[in-house]
Design a protein around this ligand. Structure first.
Ligand SMILES: *Cc1c(COP(=O)(O)O)cnc(C)c1O
Length: 376
């Protein structure tokens, strides 16, 4: 069994993907081929924003956004404590300081109350200037945008939506990657919409930021390639990846997103009352990057993972270490009591195999093993 069965997906889409790849090979437009612009248009339309700026990966996408906003040393950027390292790394990369915000125990996403508290503490300390909020749509579920937007507005802070895992999610029909003033996603193969290597994109309705990110991704280009008006980076999406993504976006929109949601229902039907299953706030829709359950404690979680492994079922701990405890951030001396929920979640979460091609029989088998281990 695969945690995320990308081979199965390729088998299903093989004919179209092979043709798309061979077309690029024959065209020789390996960089900035027409597929890149086409894909950007398709992505912007799907998400419902004005601009999509593709780039080399999801980490660069976040960096491009922070560059467009001129985030610099002395700035504080508020980041959830329970996320992939990139969400905070990009802040430090600009010389600014990530301020870790605790998460909600049910949704795993940024806790609006703690966000407000951390902003006020930062203002009171008077050392750093609050500059932006990075929300993360963890495991495919949009963050609590109604609450977070109100706080952001109150403090005049823009929201950067890290939707590396959230593409396809929605709140009341409004799609993920449209909630932030700038939103970003990743096309790393295992993400909800993945390519065959690295890739990423930024989304925004703001013309000025879109133009800046477009410039920064190609060496700070001005009116043409050898007119360099600012210091930028080399962060383009390959034509080959764009062509593959065109095929995969169609499958994603046609049936994959629906199927992965059906799989989540099947999981929850079997595991409800056995373990803590994912909580879906009213009106929220997830793209189920993984399906993540909570166990009673670390011992039970680690025991279940070992038991599943024994039974040939892969599972993952997303994430074993809260951001504030990562070695790279240990000098900040953030106490566990500053983010108690994130610290606890790292001990009890377990992500189970999840993808649009998982079968009910496979879900059955996984859930049987979970129940067997827990004696239920
Ligand atoms: C994967 C991921 C990223 C980084 O994306 P890459 O394409 O691997 O650079 C950033 N944030 C989150 C939450 C992620 O899961």
């Amino acid at each position: 069994m695969q945690f995320r069965d990308l081979k199965k997906q390729y088998e299903v889409l093989k004919e179209d993907i092979d043709k798309a790849m061979l077309d690029v090979a024959a065209s020789s437009a390996y960089i900035s081929g027409p597929q890149v612009k086409e894909l950007e248009k398709e992505l912007a339309e799907y998400v419902g924003v004005k601009h999509c700026i593709s780039c080399a990966n999801g980490t660069d996408a976040l960096t491009l956004a922070l560059m467009a906003w001129g985030v610099k040393p002395g700035d504080a950027v508020f980041v959830p404590d329970f996320t992939f390292f990139s969400s905070a790394e990009v802040v430090s990369f600009e010389g600014a300081t990530p301020v870790f915000v605790d998460v909600d125990a049910d949704t795993f996403n940024m806790d609006p109350e703690d966000l407000e508290r951390k902003i006020e503490e930062t203002i009171k300390a008077g050392i750093l200037t609050p500059k932006a909020i990075i929300t993360v749509d963890l495991f495919g579920l949009p963050a609590n945008y109604p609450a977070i937007r109100a706080i952001a507005d109150r403090h005049g802070l823009p929201i950067l939506e890290d939707s590396a895992q959230g593409f396809g999610g929605a709140i009341e029909g409004q799609r993920d990657c449209s909630f932030g003033d700038i939103a970003t996603t990743s096309f790393f193969p295992a993400k909800p919409l993945g390519c065959y290597g690295d890739g990423g994109a930024c989304f925004t309705d703001n013309d000025e930021w879109a133009a800046l990110m477009d410039s920064y991704r190609v060496h700070g280009k001005g009116t043409f390639k050898y007119d360099n008006v600012r210091i930028g980076m080399n962060s383009r999406l390959d034509t080959l990846q764009a062509a593959i993504l065109q095929v995969k976006l169609k499958a994603f929109a046609d049936y994959e997103l629906v199927d992965v949601n059906k799989a989540a229902v099947e999981y929850t039907k079997r595991l409800d009352g056995v373990v803590e299953t994912p909580v879906m706030p009213h009106g929220f829709y997830s793209s189920w990057a993984p399906y993540t359950i909570k166990l009673a404690d670390k011992q039970q979680r680690d025991g279940l993972q070992a038991h599943l492994k024994e039974a040939g079922i892969p599972s993952m701990v997303y994430y074993p270490i809260p951001m504030h405890k990562e070695t790279a951030y240990k000098d900040m001396n953030v106490k566990d009591s500053s983010c108690p929920v994130a610290t606890h979640l790292c001990d009890v979460v377990l992500s189970l195999p999840m993808h649009p091609y998982i079968t009910v029989e496979q879900i059955d088998e996984i859930c049987k093993e979970v129940k067997k281990y827990l004696g239920k």
